[in-house]
Design a binder for this molecule. Sequence first.
Ligand code: ADP
Ligand code: ADP
Ligand code: MG
Length: 442
Amino acid sequence: MFSKILIANRGEVAVRIIRACKEMGIISVAVYSEADKESIHISMADECVCVGGALSKDSYLNQQAIITAAQLHGCEAIHPGYGFLAENAQFANLCKENGIVFIGPPAELIAQMGDKDAARRMMQKADVPVVPGSDLIESYEAAVQEAARIGYPILIKAKAGGGGRGIRLVESEDELENAFLTATAEAKSAFGDGSVYMEKYLSPVKHIEVQVLADEYGNVLALGERECSIQLKNQKILEESPSTAIDAALREKLFSYAIKAVKAVKYTNAGTIEFLLDTENNIYFMEMNTRLQVEHPVTEMITGIDIVKWQIRIAAGVALSYKQSDIRIGGCAIECRINASSMQAEGTGKGIEFFHVPGGPAVRFDTFLYQGYKIVPFYDSLLGKVIVYAKTREEAIRKMQAALCELVIEGVETNIVQQTDILSEEAFKTGQYYTNFMENRG
Ligand code: ADP
Ligand code: ADP
Ligand code: MG
């Protein structure tokens, strides 16, 4: 096992990983930017290093500075968290070249799955159904042809897209030229690669994903599904497990696709296969995220398995100590992401004036906030996540309502009220909701 790990991230996920290190008896080294000097992950870690300026490109994306920090502090491994360098194949390679273990899958797999178009083709080859769509689109003329073949409405997606960005809905051919040109230009500026492809836009549809763990010895576990259909601008805001739309037979099919996908590409470490589920129970592969997911605690609550610890163990060459038949999925877990409503407004140096955290049995609050902390505007708007677990879904919903009621964050505007409202909507309560849930409620 490693004795010292560097955490190449900030915010709640850095806190989460440092906690895992402490419980495993591993020394943790935090990195931070000049804007994050007052961040709590620095004081929680055993050691810390400033790796550059406030802008991500100067610090949390500064590959060389992070490698140097790991070397100077004698770290054997780097945990990238999510976002930043987590899906950067070049960084995973750089770690390897410097004799440092990247806690995640091999660089080649990150590259293969990060290319969403190539990932689709690999899944088709592995007999996993994908959303009807096209290969990469090279010209506007090709776009017209492919869109007509697939049938409107369609989505234009960036091959290198992620985080809900680089997706554009096209309802008819009139909108296609403009959409194709702007999508290509945006993909180029956001991801450094203007390549795009198309998918049939499915609606109504549910976003269902499967958490997997795979070790170096060919053992693969599907740790249940997560339903992530409550989204704003294609970004998840509330997740739950299990999904109300899935019965035992459908779950078996879903897991078989996920395991097939993992085995076909010889994936290792933690990963998530994202699928769309239509109202006729057709399942379509959408993409694979080769990293820890924001909503991983939902799965931890229903399985009792610590995903971050297993990421570290797998990277250290430990074999999974569970078989699929050992995985007992029970009860229901819900996560509400707590976001700052406007980062620009919040980043003006206003601090958290009052802070009260919910508690009680099976209530978890993963955050990096503390009273007096001043939010910095340079990074993403996630402030924390409330996760609850209960025997039944009804109880979990009530527990979440109580937890959100207890949670007080003063000094910054948040989405706590919006989350509370979602929980009381009829469509949410019945589980009959789709990715258009937020639009439909106006
Ligand atoms: P998850 O897929 O884990 O549910 P998100 O899609 O919200 O979570 O993305 C996780 C984090 O990573 C977010 O902070 C998001 O902004 C960031 N992120 C994900 N993919 C990319 C990307 N390709 N480029 C930049 N940031 C990304
Ligand atoms: P990202 O890499 O940004 O996470 P995804 O391909 O996972 O992008 O898509 C993000 C979200 O966009 C999905 O969760 C879903 O809500 C919506 N979406 C993606 N593809 C489709 C599709 N073909 N039809 C309908 N909705 C889709
Ligand atoms: Mg996705």
